[in-house]
Design a protein. Structure first.
Length: 176
């Protein structure tokens, strides 16, 4: 696909849940690929570099410390992380700075239902977080389809529908 022709898919199913240290965004997405394929995209640093908002210093398929480096153009920001649970190919849970992410993969026919629970301290961040993960998962879906567009990170996301997604998620989450 021509990267300039990339447009995001419609907003996904989202909701919030209360959390001890803030609020959790629950983001659900159905993918056409089996859980083992999606698991590899979530854990393998080479695959993550092709779609995620960060680079990982190691494979995230086992518990332990890690560094996830945010990328925004030429600017990189390393953040400490820690994999708490890695149960291939079903549950991946890790901290990323002060946030907690839990990825749950469930078989759905020949594909996967991906449920991301991303806990943040500031409820006002939820629409931005949802829009960011939405774009990242659109890119991951294309990558898994064999039609990569390359990662869309940081300020560049504004050129690929991030503001509209943020506004749509703000409305869905009652944050507008």
């Amino acid at each position: 696909m021509d990267r300039d022709a990339f447009r995001p898919s419609p907003p996904a199913e989202v909701r919030t849940e209360p959390a001890e240290d803030g609020v959790t965004l629950v983001f659900v997405r159905d993918l056409r690929h089996p859980p083992a394929t999606v698991w590899a995209a979530l854990t393998d640093p080479t695959r993550l570099a092709e779609w995620a908002p960060f680079l990982a210093d190691r494979n995230l398929d086992s518990a332990g410390a890690a560094v996830l480096t945010m990328v925004d153009g030429e600017t990189t920001t390393p953040t400490t992380a820690g994999v708490r649970r890695a149960e291939p190919p079903h549950v991946l849970e890790y901290t990323w700075g002060d946030d907690l992410l839990r990825w749950e993969l469930s078989p759905l026919g020949t594909g996967t239902r991906l449920t991301l629970r991303h806990t943040v301290a500031d409820r006002g961040m939820l629409p931005m977080v949802a829009a960011g993960w939405h774009l990242c998962l659109d890119v991951a879906d294309r990558l898994l389809d064999g039609d990569p567009v390359g990662p869309i990170r940081g300020a560049e996301a504004r050129d690929f529908g991030w503001p509209e997604l943020r506004d749509a998620y703000a409305e869905r989450l009652g944050e507008s």
